[in-house]
Design a protein around this ligand. Structure first.
Ligand SMILES: *Cc1c(COP(=O)(O)O)cnc(C)c1O
Length: 822
């Protein structure tokens, strides 16, 4: 199918963002050619698409630089409170388009690239994703950076510059195969290395208790080399900084003990310590407990706190106070911990305050607690970080002492409030006893922070009722418990006819974007045939993706779902021959056998169904390979139905659910995570809600328990599906292949999949009925889009700012640097 218009024509058709401006276009062209010549060292005879992408990226970057420097000067002059968002993951995706949009350069760049005879979309496609995250947690951090800049907060993102981000997923013979994500191979035009701000991070060694205080000696040093990435706000001339640390061996690394022949080996060994920033651990919601990961967690925190303290001391506020300047640190500094991954910030801040700045313990602790705040992302036990004491003792001996001291004082406090309540003390301790003693990092965060928040209302309620019940009941803490429902980044724009809609989404270049391109196309028109207008490529992006040809089926539908409950989902589609074909995506942690088997099952079912002559083109089972930010941007807007079917109480929030809502898909889901609030905002009648509520799950656990066999024996379709899967119907060459998966579902299923099966099937019937009535369907979609405002990360960040950080968000612009281009 050929595109009705070139992309350029589409973008030109309507200009809600102002005319491109002949002058701007001419200047952009000059700058582009200058970069091609001087930066890329190419001419148009030999330049390739990647060169053109780099020339464009550098041209756009030029427009960031003045604003970036200005913003930092402005912060120095105004000296506002700073917030540091520390995260082991920043899942940024691509930068070029978002930067052009935020600087209002999109139209002028489009026109310039067109006049140069190049294709903007092709150039955009040359950009590597910055895949420094696993999923929701990392993407949230990226959305938050966007919103903090857009709301004028003096904010910094701090993390690790992984040389390899989340692996590239290939499907080979139906199986997931991982490939290293060598995203920096061609260079990264957005980052700026700052070797002059290198920091030393210490590991290992031992402590010496002297009259002068505690000394941490005989350590090994790793250098942390910062790379800065600009984070532009939305058309407010603010450009904040994300600083990512890369590990670098010191020049004298291992040279102390070199002898004849040792020199070469010592230089070769430098790699070992530089491994710290080599690769992102591909575990989402799963604690693996590897030493290298603990090194990463401490590395980012130790380097970051040196920066934070230096910047504080250099600030007007910090340099005004003469003695004990760090007493007032918390007035000027807020630190937000994205999950427990950067929890070491708490003992490290204590070490800096007590050992280096010579504050008394009590004062230091007060400052520390007032500075730090912690966001919890899950209650699943397999995700909770619990580090063995032995490992700590070896790697970070001083920090272990500090954690023991924090715990000792905390336990004394608890004992004074609840004399003799040893069980309570055991529950609340930072140190878990038993075979191998461990540090419970969530407890460390709760005790060491002034605010703890969950990521959706229901999640925060569960947190308070379960994990933290001891803390809240005892009221032993200053900590406030706060809910900051997650969200995703959006902009609100005027779409031309005076109607304001939730508009482009920095993540999903979305439905509403196409509304700006096709003002004459109705909402239902876009959703009915999204591909015809703008996404014929999208579903193909993953490579070997099977697709019902659009030209044959104007009712091409896709459904997305998560892995947990994939099996009944697919089975249901088979049974009902739904109007909607399931599009499934997931990434299995390389070591997570069950997740890999589920992916194999999806592809196996696809192999059977997609070649079945009876089913034909009415239904396809599609596994979307290599799901990542750029693919989400394309796949999500093409969906009509979003499957958010976690067992109630297991998904903390979800943010995918919101992206679908904003992009005009309806939701079939359980009352879990943010689905609850989506139903509240859009009206429950505008979602397809089914299944057990948290109370039902709790009642089941407290009562007769969950027994998969009951459902299996009672529901013939379920039994048939399981028997087919276990019996090799989908794996004729290897009949036993999926037996273990079915055994798991039958005997060890913590997620109680079968318990919601009937409710789910019934609800899918409703979906199918309603889908036959496009008018009603579209009405529901409109209610959803109209109700999605709460799920803008601007709202979440405004709430964090006011309720946790004590900062006031602002929509004001700061003055633009003097540029001819505006
Ligand atoms: C939003 C997003 C996620 C999180 O999705 P959930 O459905 O909330 O788990 C994961 N990966 C990518 C690429 C995303 O954009």
């Amino acid at each position: 199918m050929s595109k009705p218009f070139s992309d350029h024509d589409k973008r030109k058709q309507i200009s809600v963002r102002g005319l491109a401006g002949v002058e701007n276009v001419a200047e952009l062209k000059v700058a582009f050619n200058r970069h091609l010549h001087f930066t890329l060292v190419k001419d148009r005879n030999v330049a390739n698409k990647r060169d053109y992408y780099f020339a464009l990226a550098n041209t756009v970057r030029d427009h960031l630089v003045g604003r970036w420097i200005r913003t930092q000067q402005y912060y120095y002059e105004k000296d506002p409170k700073r917030v540091y968002y520390i995260s082991l993951e920043f899942y940024m995706g691509r930068t070029l388009q978002n930067t052009m949009v935020n600087l209002a350069l999109e139209n002028a760049c489009d026109e310039a690239i067109y006049q140069l005879g190049l294709d903007m979309e092709e150039l955009e496609d040359m950009e590597e994703d910055a895949g420094l995250g696993n999923g929701g947690l990392g993407r949230l951090a990226a959305c938050f950076l966007d919103s903090m800049a857009s709301l004028g907060l003096a904010a910094y993102g701090y993390g690790i510059r992984y040389e390899f981000g989340i692996f590239n997923q290939k499907i080979v013979n139906g199986w997931q195969v991982e490939e290293a994500d060598d995203w920096l191979r061609y260079g990264n035009p957005w980052e700026k290395a700052r070797p002059e701000y290198m920091r030393a991070v210490k590991f290992y060694g031992r402590t010496e208790h002297t009259p002068d205080g505690v000394k941490w000696v005989d350590t090994q040093v790793v250098l942390a080399l910062p790379y800065d990435t600009p984070i532009p706000g939305y058309r407010n001339n603010i450009v904040n900084t994300m600083r990512l640390w890369s590990a670098k061996a010191p020049c004298d690394f291992n040279l102390k003990d070199f002898n004849v022949g040792g020199y070469i080996q010592a230089v070769l060994d430098r790699n070992l310590c530089e491994n710290i920033s080599r690769v992102l651990y591909p575990n989402d919601n799963f604690f693996e407990g590897k030493e290298l990961r603990l090194k990463q967690e401490y590395f980012v925190v130790a380097a970051t706190l040196q920066d934070v303290v230096r910047r504080f001391k250099a600030s007007k506020f910090g340099s005004r106070e003469n003695n004990n300047v760090l007493d007032v640190f918390h007035i000027q500094v807020a630190i937000q911990l994205n999950d427990t991954h950067p929890a070491m910030a708490i003992p490290e801040l204590m070490r800096v305050l007590v050992d280096e700045e010579k504050l008394g313990w009590d004062k230091a602790w007060d400052v520390c607690v007032r500075t730090c705040a912690y966001t919890n992302h899950t209650v699943l036990p397999e995700a909770l970080e619990r580090w063995p004491i032995d490992l700590f003792h070896h790697l970070l001996p001083r920090h272990l002492e500090i954690i023991f001291e924090i715990n000792h004082r905390f336990m004394e406090y608890v004992a004074s409030k609840f004399p003799g309540d040893h069980d309570r003390m055991r529950r609340m301790s930072l140190i878990e006893e038993g075979g191998c003693k461990k540090v419970n990092m969530a407890h460390l965060c709760i005790v060491g922070s002034h605010a703890v928040n969950g990521v959706a209302r229901i999640h925060s309620e569960i947190l308070i009722a379960t994990l933290y019940v001891s803390y809240t009941n005892t009221n032993t803490l200053k900590s406030s418990y706060f809910n900051g429902t997650n969200a995703t980044h959006t902009h609100y724009d005027n779409i031309g006819d005076g109607t304001t809609l939730a508009l482009t989404h920095s993540l999903t270049h979305s439905l509403t974007h196409s509304l700006t391109i096709y003002p004459s196309v109705s909402l239902s028109g876009i959703k009915k045939e999204p591909n015809k207008h703008w996404t014929p490529r999208t579903i193909m992006v993953g490579g070997k993706v099977c697709l019902v040809p659009l030209s044959l089926h104007s009712h091409q539908r896709v459904v997305t779902g998560s892995t947990y409950r994939t099996i009944p989902l697919i089975h249901n589609s088979l049974l009902l021959c739904n109007a909607l074909s399931p599009l499934l995506f997931s990434q299995a942690a390389p070591g997570y056998h069950t997740a890999k088997m589920i992916i194999r099952l999806i592809t196996a079912i696809g192999e059977v169904v997609n070649h079945d002559p009876v089913v034909g083109d009415r239904l396809k089972v599609i596994f979307l390979e290599n799901y990542r930010v750029t693919l989400a941007e394309k796949a999500i807007p093409s969906a009509d139905l979003s499957e958010q079917i976690s067992t109630a109480g297991t998904e903390a929030s979800g943010t995918g659910n919101m992206k679908f809502m904003l992009n005009g898909a309806l939701t079939i889901g359980t009352m879990d995570g943010a689905n609850v609030e989506m139903a509240e905002e859009a009206g429950e009648e505008n979602l397809f809600i089914f299944g057990m509520r948290v109370e039902d799950v709790d009642a089941m656990d407290a009562g007769k328990g969950y027994h998969a066999s009951e459902y299996y024996n009672r529901i013939p379709e379920l039994k048939q599906a399981m028997d087919q899967i276990a019996g090799g119907f989908f794996s004729p060459k290897q009949p036993d292949l999926f037996k273990e998966l079915v055994d798991l579902l039958m005997h060890h299923d913590r997620f109680k999949v079968f318990a919601d099966y009937e409710a789910y099937i019934k609800c899918q019937d409703k979906v199918n009925q309603l889908y036959k009535n496009p008018k009603e369907w579209t009405k529901m979609v409109i209610h959803n889009i109209a109700g999605c405002g709460k799920f803008s990360s601007d709202r979440t960040i405004a709430q964090y700012a006011r309720e946790i950080w004590g900062m006031e968000p602002s929509l004001e612009k700061i003055p633009a640097p003097d540029e001819k281009l505006k």
